[in-house]
Design a protein around this ligand. Structure first.
Ligand code: 0GY
Length: 303
């Protein structure tokens, strides 16, 4: 694919751009619903991608994100710093400012981040940092690096978002369970869906949540995890429903727009929303997943 129009960056060959015309979901989101996992990419001309990035996406800026939010029926977003922007949170922070209180953020910081930088991020609406352990996205760091960051952010009341592959949970178990803050796991720790819900890797993830009440899970990314595929993503449903029903007060839902690094297909975001009542089948579960839980984690300062 060629560069996004006007961008100094050339998008990776084969990059799948976000769906240009997603359907309107049949499921009517309750008022106040939060898309708690999404990103912004650039635009590269205004917010350059990081030199150390492992992929160059198409531009996917805040205006397109806010248009999707309104189209799908969400009220708010949690914008998670994407690895293509490294530890330069400029695009994400700009989106938080433009959202006028309707977005909060999760940043990437280095262990050398200053108190002033953290205070500025907090004022912009950042409430957490992300540790990414997926090797195709970032170079792993020694455990001490992550502990140093946690020492810095814990006093602000922030939480940690972690992204890892199912196979890495065992190796990272000691570091992860030593984190003293609330910890939110992206995409249920990427279970092997083909192996079924009885898979030992998924059992280990459920054990993490049941033994460590500080742990939350995003029940996200059917488009990344499913083998059966769109539009129903049938094989994803029992995994997410298990997590929602067992840990209803510690789950979040998000689109993952603009869906970086997909290769099989680009989802219709309306179809993704239509999965929600299948993984959270009651009004109470939907209220917790879409409104109460993200509010506790990201908008606890609101009356
Ligand atoms: C996601 C998943 C991916 C990428 C990132 O920050 C990122 O670059 O999170 C991925 O490639 O699996 O959650 O967006």
């Amino acid at each position: 694919m060629s560069a996004s129009i006007g961008s100094p960056f050339t998008t990776d060959p084969g990059w799948l751009p976000y769906h240009p015309t997603p359907s309107r979901p049949a499921f009517r989101l309750p008022p106040g619903a939060v898309d708690a996992h999404c990103h912004v990419f650039g635009p590269g001309a205004e917010f350059p991608f990081a030199p150390e990035r492992n992929y160059t996406p198409c531009d996917a800026g805040k205006d397109a994100l806010f248009a999707l939010r309104d189209h799908l029926g969400f009220e708010r977003n949690v914008i998670v710093q994407a690895t293509c922007h490294g530890a330069d949170n400029g695009a994400m922070v700009d989106a938080l400012h433009a959202a006028g209180g309707r977005a909060r953020g999760v940043a990437t910081v280095r262990s050398t981040v200053s108190d002033g930088e953290l205070a500025d991020l907090h004022a912009a609406g950042v409430r957490g940092v992300r540790f990414n352990f997926v090797r195709r996205l970032v170079e792993p760091k020694p455990d001490a690096y992550y502990h140093r960051i946690v020492e810095r952010i814990a006093p602000l009341g922030w939480h940690v978002v972690v992204y890892f592959e199912a196979a890495d949970l065992e190796a990272r178990w000691d570091l992860l369970t030593a984190l003293p803050t609330t910890v939110v796991v992206d995409h249920m720790g990427r279970p092997d869906i083909a192996a079924g819900t009885g898979d030992p890797g998924f059992a280990r993830f459920l054990r993490l949540l049941s033994e460590h009440p500080r742990y939350w899970s995003k029940v996200t990314c059917p488009e990344r995890l499913s083998v059966s595929g769109p539009p129903a993503y049938t094989d994803f449903v029992p995994f997410a429903r298990t997590v929602v029903e067992r840990f209803p007060d510690r789950v979040l839902w998000g689109t993952d727009w603009p869906h970086p690094n997909l290769t099989s297909h680009m989802p219709d975001d309306g179809h993704l929303v239509d999965i929600i009542p299948r993984i959270a089948p009651t009004a109470d579960l939907q209220q917790a997943l879409l409104i109460d839980n993200p509010r506790r984690l990201y908008w606890s300062d609101l009356p």
